[in-house]
Design a protein around this ligand. Structure first.
Ligand SMILES: *Cc1c(COP(=O)(O)O)cnc(C)c1O
Length: 380
């Protein structure tokens, strides 16, 4: 057997939608992007959505639109994909790393509070692997200190906590449509917010700083001269991508339902396996399981176990890395590995198991058997 870590899920609907987009003549950002934005805003329960070519660029323009720049600090959990910190770094602000909680893999609100200084402008909680962070605690601290909450919701399409969708807790939230995420447009991102000024600024920043979009010019007969008063970027999503995204969105509920059932099966079968801690799901969380990530005891060699499983055809991955340990950040800011001890340990001991809608029960049983065998061998 050969089982990948993840696999995008498409049907003929995406193929047909993309052909229609080609035939329409709008292949760059146009009416399909606008439709996708409206559908996504509705899903998240916010007023505005601004599509971008990635979650990273969506986070970048969110920070810029809020005026974050040189001299500012933004608190970021260390246990995340490097892109969260990179988005801060692009603005000239300094990412300040805080630790995460060992059971939820999400931001430790108390450690976040300890990292706040007079220069802190924002915090970026990450809904790691799809689990919405403890937003009540994060918002309470942020509110008291007057700092923005920007959610890295890259993995959290369809995720909820206490009934509220990811991205609707802070001033803004950013989602990813990379193929490793729950729904995909190849590459792509989405900023959601209920702040009109933020949405407007982000729309201008994503399209060369132009005050008027191509779609608006087209509708007004073409001769509308945009102003270019700010330094913008080309961070636009294409209508080809949005046509796929709309059909992926139709599937979201079904896809999450299957992912949750597969995750539940793993958790059931891993109960009582010594050395393995399955992912925790708080009572008030609706977890879409973008990834299924276990923690292995310190006595186990995660990389050796991963290699043994790979040799039998089962792909696994590190849950995610600890950004404060990466070469760029540790060198630039002179960070000690002990800066965020939980993030460090999780970067060494977490393991993502294969999870995607097409994964069969037989394949899951094979993954479980390979994991148990590898653990047994690792103990001897
Ligand atoms: C995937 C991911 C990103 C980056 O998303 P892109 O769309 O590839 O830019 C950012 N943060 C987290 C937590 C992610 O998992």
């Amino acid at each position: 057997m050969k089982i990948p870590i993840s696999k995008p899920y498409f049907t003929d609907e995406e193929h047909r939608a993309m052909l229609r987009a080609f035939a329409s003549g709008w292949v760059s950002q146009g009416p399909r992007v606008q439709e996708f934005e409206a559908a996504f805003a509705k899903l998240a329960g916010v007023k505005y959505a601004v599509a971008a070519n990635s979650c990273t660029s969506a986070m970048h323009i969110t920070l810029l639109a809020l005026g974050v720049g040189p001299g500012d600090e933004v608190v970021v959990p260390s246990y995340t994909f490097v892109a969260t910190a990179n988005a801060v770094e692009y603005t000239g602000a300094r990412p300040v790393f805080c630790d995460v909680l060992p059971d939820s893999y999400t931001i430790d609100p108390e450690d976040f509070a300890r990292r706040i200084t007079a220069s802190t402008r924002a915090v970026m909680p990450v809904h790691q692997f799809g689990l919405v962070a403890d937003m009540d605690a994060v918002r309470t601290v942020a509110k008291k200190k007057g700092i923005f909450v920007i959610e890295d919701a890259a993995c959290a399409a369809g995720a909820r906590r206490g009934g509220t969708h990811a991205g609707a807790f802070g001033i803004a939230g950013c989602f990813s449509f990379h193929p490793r995420k729950i729904i995909t447009t190849g590459e792509g991102g989405m900023l959601v917010t209920s702040d009109e000024q933020l949405a407007e600024r982000a729309r201008v920043l994503r399209s060369h700083g132009a005050s008027v979009s191509d779609l608006e010019r087209h509708r007004d007969g073409g001769f509308v001269l945009p102003a270019y008063d700010v330094l913008g970027f080309n961070y636009r999503m294409t209508d080809l991508q949005a046509s796929v995204g709309l059909r992926q969105l139709d599937k979201l509920e079904r896809v999450i339902d299957v992912r949750r059932r597969r995750a539940e099966y793993y958790t059931e079968r891993l109960a009582g396996v010594p050395g393995v801690t399955p992912p925790a799901v708080p009572d008030d969380a609706f977890h879409p399981f973008q990834s299924y990530v276990i923690t292995l005891d310190d006595t186990l060699d995660r990389d050796a176990i991963g290699a043994a499983m790979e040799a039998r055809g089962v792909a696994t991955r590190q849950g995610t890395h600890a950004v404060h340990l990466t070469g760029y950040y540790s060198a630039k800011y002179g960070l000690s590995p002990d800066e965020c001890p939980v993030a460090r340990r999780l970067s060494e001991q977490t393991m993502a198991l294969p999870l995607f809608p097409q994964l069969s029960r037989i394949e899951q049983n094979y993954v479980l058997q390979c994991l148990k065998d590898a653990i047994k061998d690792n103990r001897n």
